[in-house]
Design a protein around this ligand. Structure first.
Ligand SMILES: NC(=O)c1ccc[n+]([C@@H]2O[C@H](COP(=O)([O-])OP(=O)(O)OC[C@H]3O[C@@H](n4cnc5c(N)ncnc54)[C@H](OP(=O)(O)O)[C@@H]3O)[C@@H](O)[C@H]2O)c1
Length: 233
């Protein structure tokens, strides 16, 4: 049995990734507060900002992994706030880091010892893992932290038979982006025009890259940008 464990598969990129692995015959487990609507997905209702909630989910996951041939552990869920270096208070920063960084660490601590060789740990970062824009302070901090986690994971798991990568989407048509953009079609057009193809990315395009990354250990330790070629301005 091959297994995919995906955080935040209730909507967006996570949901598309769940569907991609289901199509390959994987047993898929989703960790989010809302269920994944794709039929056949095992939903573990989990609030990633709570260590107790993650611990509970991991009890089921540890049992599910026993005897698995390969596991794709996909750290996809993230929170995005609008804030800045001058306006982000430390409690808000702590909350974002809890979901976007600490939860990943908790899942790794619980699950890595149980992953068989040929498994992968795939982090979903962002273009903002390697650059910053104004007005997304806590998100930029957490996405840079995910880059460090991926690189350290690669070094620490040398020889384990596991591989890791950071998939960095550009502007992808999901709930997160739509919340950030608001309802103005003019703003949507502006964002779409920031890449070479003049459109938003479909979540299935990122899901396909995640699926591919799981099957190709040659990319171990690398950053995979998936943004249709963003303008540098
Ligand atoms: N969309 C883009 O343009 C874009 C660009 C660059 C990077 N990314 C990255 O891609 C990944 C997926 O983003 P998306 O655009 O698909 O976002 P999305 O549509 O907003 O989905 C976010 C997912 O994260 C889950 N989540 C958030 N907080 C959670 C919590 N406390 N506990 C459990 N689950 C939680 C949500 O589940 P529930 O609400 O059901 O709990 C949801 O399934 C993120 O890491 C994001 O940073 C996206």
């Amino acid at each position: 049995m091959n297994i995919a464990i995906i955080t935040g598969a209730s909507v967006g990129i996570g949901r598309a990734t769940a569907e991609a692995f289901m199509a390959d015959g994987y047993q898929v487990h989703n960790l989010s507060r809302r269920p994944c609507p794709a039929p056949g997905v095992h939903n573990l209702c989990c609030d990633l900002s709570s260590t107790a909630s993650i611990d509970l989910a991991c009890k089921s996951l540890e049992a599910a992994i026993v005897g698995a041939r390969s596991v794709a552990l996909v750290h996809n869920a993230s929170q995005m706030l609008k804030d800045s270096a001058a306006s982000c208070d430390s409690d808000a920063l702590r909350r974002v880091l809890e979901t976007n960084v600490v939860a990943i660490n908790t899942l790794n601590q619980k699950l890595l010892p149980h992953l068989p060789r040929s498994s992968s740990v795939i982090y979903v970062g962002s273009t903002l893992s390697e650059k910053a824009v104004p007005g997304s302070f806590s998100y930029v901090v957490s996405k840079h932290a995910q880059l460090g986690m991926m690189r350290a994971t690669c070094q620490d798991l040398m020889g384990s038979g596991l591989h890791t990568t950071l998939v960095c989407p550009g502007f992808t048509d999901t709930e997160m982006l739509r919340t950030h953009l608001g309802d103005d079609p003019g703003v949507e057009r502006l964002f779409a025009e920031m890449n070479s193809f003049g459109r938003l990315i479909d979540p299935t395009e990122i899901a396909e890259l995640i699926r591919w990354a799981h099957h190709n250990p040659v990319i171990n330790g690398s950053v995979l940008h998936a943004n249709l070629g963003q303008k540098e301005s």
